[in-house]
Design a protein around this ligand. Structure first.
Ligand code: ZN
Length: 372
């Protein structure tokens, strides 16, 4: 299996072990994997998502930083007699699906001999990167918006990472870390291409867990699109290997208060008035770095972006806890979108979404929703 880094802007090619996170031209990098000679599904006897190691490009496959992540269960959930499949991505070592990406990215970074990284996050990616850096013995600084949930800040600090709080919007935090990244390696969940080689394992798991009978639509929350794009990439791999005939319809869900991608048909991700004070703090992203790739995935799968109102997110949260699922508000955005989708397309067939982050990440927000 051949793999290399390729710039999405100038198409320059780099070796997979090149210690860079962006192209010399400033463009985003992607990892291209040649599956043309891969004729069979070849898994190994490693725990969690590492059973897919033959399909995960890394600089050195003997160096794996793991906390036992992956293989989350899919639970059937009935909403007004309609079945919704929900993948339990809140059940990761740090409490969010971001561990898929961080495990693979930090393994790659450790193999390249990098000993110090910076990352910016609205919380969960910071927790994941801090945890895997602790395991790998890598020095780590996480830049967060000052408004981030206290439980997430505590979790990042507990792993021994430096927390740098930035006043202003999520974009202000991103600007600040980009200047720090000129001195340090940027372990970014949106820029770093290895992260998506981890999140793509969601698709592999869904394919195996449904025994190849894939859902008609996959409905996921989208901020920077780290899960959404990873899942698209994973299905694309399976398609390239001839293991599936088509990729399910990819449906992204955004909070209406911050939904730049719902204007994707105009290809205009800037200049849209946005209120980032949604209860879904984890997806309050004004300008997704990989917006063009998200739009491409929507085009390729006849997908769509749904907007959910704050009261739809709150209702999904109540439905989740009533059934014993303790999920943070951002983590139920997929369920809120799925309920809206089923109302609009009642004959759709099989749908799958995910709970993306654990309730203990944001207990004060959950309490405020449930108390009114
Ligand atoms: Zn380039």
């Amino acid at each position: 299996m051949n793999s290399f880094l390729r710039c999405l802007s100038c198409h320059a090619v780099y070796a997979i072990n090149e210690p860079i996170w962006k192209c010399a031209c400033g463009g985003l990098l992607d990892i291209e994997v040649d599956f043309s000679r891969t004729k069979q599904w070849e898994i190994v006897k490693f725990p969690g998502l590492w059973k897919y190691l033959p399909f995960i490009p890394l600089p050195d496959k003997s160096i794996i930083i793991t906390l036992g992540e992956g293989q989350t269960p899919i639970i059937r959930y009935l909403y007004k007699n309609q079945e919704i499949l929900i993948k339990q991505e809140q059940l990761f070592p740090t409490g969010s699906y971001k561990d898929r990406g961080a495990a693979v990215m930090i393994s790659a970074i450790r193999a390249m001999g990098i000993r110090s990284v910076v990352e910016d996050s609205s919380g969960n990616a910071g927790c994941s990167v801090a945890a895997y850096c602790a395991k790998a013995g890598i020095d780590c600084s996480i830049y967060v918006p000052a408004s981030t949930s206290p439980a997430k800040l505590m979790q990042i600090s507990a792993y021994g990472a430096r927390v740098v709080k930035v006043e202003g919007t999520r974009e202000d935090t991103a600007r600040m870390v980009l200047s720090a990244a000129s001195q340090n390696y940027y372990a970014s969940h949106s820029w770093n291409p290895f992260f998506f080689q981890g999140t793509k394992t969601f698709a592999y798991e869904v394919w195996e867990q449904t025994e190849g009978k894939l859902p008609d639509a996959i409905i996921l929350p989208v901020g920077n699109g780290t899960l959404f794009l990873g899942v698209y990439k994973g299905f694309h791999d399976l398609l390239s290997m001839g293991l599936i005939e088509k990729i399910p319809r990819m449906v992204g869900v955004q909070a209406s208060l911050c939904a730049p991608l719902s204007h994707w048909e105009k290809l205009d991700l800037g200049g849209i008035p946005i209120d980032v004070n949604t209860i879904a703090e984890g997806i309050a992203i004004q300008k997704p770095v990989r917006g063009a790739q998200i739009i491409e995935a929507l085009h390729q799968t006849h997908g769509m972006i749904l907007e959910v109102e704050e009261d739809e997110i709150e209702m999904a949260l109540r439905l989740a806890v009533e059934q014993g699922f303790f999920v943070e508000p951002t983590g139920v955005v997929g369920l809120a979108g799925t309920i809206q989708y089923l109302k609009r397309f009642p004959e759709v067939g099989k749908v799958l979404t995910a709970f993306t982050g654990h309730g203990l990440k944001s207990p004060e927000k959950i309490l405020s929703v449930l108390s009114h």
